[in-house]
Design a protein around this ligand. Sequence first.
Ligand code: CA
Length: 377
Amino acid sequence: MKIARIEAIVVEQQLDRPFYFSQFEFQARQVCLVKAVADDGSYGWGEGYGPAAVVKAGVEFLAPLAIGENPLRVEAIWSKMHLRALDYARRGVLVAAISAIDIALWDLRGKLLGQPVSALLGGRRREDVRVYATGLYFTESDDQVGALVKEAQRYAAQGFSAIKMKVGLGVETDLRHVRAVRQAIGADIELMVDANHAYSLSEALAFARQIEPLGISFFEEPLSPEDYDGYRELRQRTSIPIAGGECEYLLAGFRQLLSMRCVDIAQPDICAAGGLTEVKRIAALASAFQTNIIPHSWGTGIAFAAGLHLVSTLDPLPGRLRMSAAMLEMDRSENALRDTLTRPQFKQVDGYVSVPTAPGLGVDVDPVQLARYAAGG
Ligand code: CA
């Protein structure tokens, strides 16, 4: 059997309510999907994280390396793509294009072998993965604090046991927001904060010190992803665990982040950092540094399914009788692509989502929705 085609399809949805975070505003959600089709008509789905048009160009550049190949040789194909990209893109969107093709090939391989991707990754340790709600972005609201409180209470009522909120607008504003949300959800729900690298080291330190009494489970991307020394220093000077890595790529990138002891939690994005092939290796490397990974996930049901399969195979560290749960990000911001493009829909119950059991990733794209979103929603 051979890979006959690699299709790159950009899907787009205009948001009903634009939202922003510390770096820029979103008016629309846009993703580049990849469909890898074998000569017998079998297919697998993948997606890349990053500017969709650029991911698409990358997929089209790399596709000839996969076409004509045996679809079971996923890691060999990965190596060919990586070598072809290495001279131009040791990190960045071309790696996201590799990731998108790689995920599609894992899905295809699972379908051809009649096995869920988690089985091919080494076998799941759990049937349900703990998820945390990502939301609490900023909107043009007269009452931002009230809006954040209401949204956080909604996630708590839905059963989430962990919630992540955006910060990075400035220490005083952020403090007001975090205090209000913590008070609204009570002490029993885990709360995390994400600055999307908007702080300087001194700001991050001042902020961290003031939120330490609020029981924050991790402080995500406090500093520029280029500031490895800053991460290391901040981590030594606050009791809040530091998380990061969604802007990091490939094993070599994570080696730098981990060997410099920058983070307590590494957050590779499977759709950007090198696909399932490479993030499995990153997880192994992280375990050698006694660092847990909680993958970044901000895409459609394809990205989320890839995350569920991978996280279901992780061994949380340190090993112990009463093991802490491995966790995955579950974006709750407005995203019709995530909610309607793929089937079946993922349901969160009491803070957990079941890992699909069907062969491959266990999700399929609805052709009617695909046609609609490929035309711009
Ligand atoms: Ca983030």
